[in-house]
Design a protein around this ligand. Structure first.
Ligand code: PLP
Length: 472
């Protein structure tokens, strides 16, 4: 794999282009998850160039590279200003998961002995990951079955002296609705419990939507009782990946997120994030995106996003067999099917037509659905998107639901997955017609249908196994 002799850059880039040919396109709006496109190529170009400029700066040591401190102050300052507390202390992190990990660690370390994270079932799995890594426990709270917002009475019942952190999402990813942040934060504050708002999706979106005319409830650091908030710039900030900001109500809580070690004979370690050595490229990219768009640019993107979301939700409501779950307040729309239209088959059919719609499995009484993240670029293609969804729904109606081999979910649930090696697991999947190497292509409906029929713990075991097989 390592060539004997070095290869020229043109050849390397050509090889990357070839490898990327099978990828989903990151621009153009036909991929409605994972990527955030402004529709303004010059903005992304500015980010690329600034990213490259900062690429080799190591954020490990702020005294060695003061440029990164200056940039981080500007970026964190901009987020604090937008999120209700100008001058609030913060940390630039690599993404939502890292921001959440640090928020959970800060809360735990601020009140030693507390071990529980109370969150709505719709909260992002990054909290489960943080709890797992930090040796804590998750206490899930149900959401209202119609609005999909966290149930306040259930929250109240779940908080106790063991609670390290209460969590609300603004919005939650699955249905794009904002939890009752004011109520949750007040309940937490009354018990002296910190409250984190996961605004990874909405932090850099909801304020612009509000300014563009949407009714957005209070959700930020100005809400009494909110002690930290995460805001991903690599989502609706439209920055290249690797960019999120975690803000704290005060510097004391931020210090609980930091980690220092002098317990070795090497260089001094003082880390603000989980990573130690890390590139300042993402920081440069995020800074440049904010600067290239400015207030005016983000407000215009907010207007377009709001209009596209409204048109999408309205249009979906007119397609027989489909309905939008809840009343999405942000730019995330979850579309459920019906007995006639299987959403997993619909997603496959849309894929055949060149569009990626993200399948979401049923959970906690919430039905399976397909998820669309509306971005700046969507408005220009929203009619085309609706046509594709209608055509894919028709095709799904004709095809009927994916065929789950009879008895397969029961068989899988009864297996001791830990006892199987990866090769046997792959063979087993192939024997029921599931080719684990053909991911991402149309034909995923049966895989999704099988996963959907399994309990969460079995789904997780299968997913871990899948990754292990993929990288074997
Ligand atoms: C609400 C919410 N929180 C956290 C995350 C995790 O973000 P990341 O993928 O950047 O780690 C996501 C990702 O989609 C999200 O939607």
């Amino acid at each position: 794999m390592l060539p004997e002799h070095g290869r020229p850059v043109t050849e390397l880039l050509a090889e990357l282009t070839t490898l990327k040919a099978a990828d989903l396109p990151v621009r153009g709006g036909k991929v409605t998850a994972y990527v955030y496109d402004t529709g303004l190529p010059e903005v992304h170009e500015a980010a690329h160039r600034a990213y490259a400029e900062m690429l080799e700066v190591n954020m490990l040591d702020p005294t060695a590279f003061p440029s990164m401190v200056a940039l981080e102050r500007q970026v964190v300052g901009a987020v604090a200003e937008l999120l209700g507390r100008p001058g609030a202390p913060g940390i630039f992190t690599s993404g939502g998961t890292e921001s959440i990990m640090l928020a959970v660690k800060a809360a735990r370390d601020a009140r030693p002995g507390t071990t529980r994270v109370v969150l709505p079932v719709t909260a992002h799995p990054a909290f489960h990951k943080a709890a797992h890594y930090l040796g804590m426990e998750i206490v899930p709270v149900p959401v209202d079955p119609v609005t999909y917002r966290a149930s306040v009475p259930a929250f109240e019942a779940a908080l106790d002296e063991r609670t390290a952190l209460a969590v609300a999402s603004a919005p939650s990813y699955p249905q794009g609705v904002v939890d009752p942040v004011e109520e949750v934060a007040a309940l937490a504050a009354a018990r002296g419990v910190p409250c984190h708002v996961d605004a990874c999706v909405g932090g850099w979106l909801l304020p612009w939507l509000r300014e563009a005319g949407a009714a957005i409830p209070p959700f930020d650091l100005a809400v009494p009782g909110v002690t930290s908030i995460s805001c991903d710039l690599h989502k609706f900030g439209y920055a290249p990946k690797g960019a999120s900001v975690l803000l704290f109500r005060d510097a004391e809580l931020r210090r609980r997120a930091y980690f220092a070690s002098a317990a070795w004979p090497g260089y001094t370690i003082i880390n603000a994030t989980v990573q130690s050595s890390r590139s300042a490229g993402p920081l440069g990219g995020a800074w440049a995106t904010l600067q290239a768009l400015g207030r005016e640019g983000y407000l215009e993107l907010g207007r377009r996003t709001l209009e596209a979301t409204r048109r999408l939700a309205e249009g979906v409501g007119k397609i027989p067999g489909l309905r939008v779950l809840g009343e999405p307040e942000a730019a995330l729309v979850a579309i459920a099917g019906s007995a006639e239209v299987d959403v997993f088959v619909l997603a496959d059919e849309a894929r055949r037509l060149g569009w990626f719609l993200q399948p979401q499995l049923s959970y906690a009484g919430i039905p399976a659905n397909i998820h669309v993240t509306v971005t700046g670029v969507t408005l220009a293609g929203v009619d085309a998107m609706l046509e594709v969804i209608a055509e894919a729904a028709d095709a799904a109606r004709r095809r009927g639901p994916a065929d789950v081999p009879e008895g397969l979910p029961e068989l899988i649930t009864s297996l001791d997955l830990d006892a199987l090696d990866d090769a046997t697991f792959a063979e087993l999947a192939a024997s029921v017609g599931i080719d684990l190497t053909a991911t991402g292509q149309p034909g995923m409906a049966v895989v999704n249908a099988v996963l959907d029929a399994l309990p969460a713990a079995t789904r997780e075991a299968i997913l871990v196994r899948f990754l292990s097989v993929l990288y074997s």
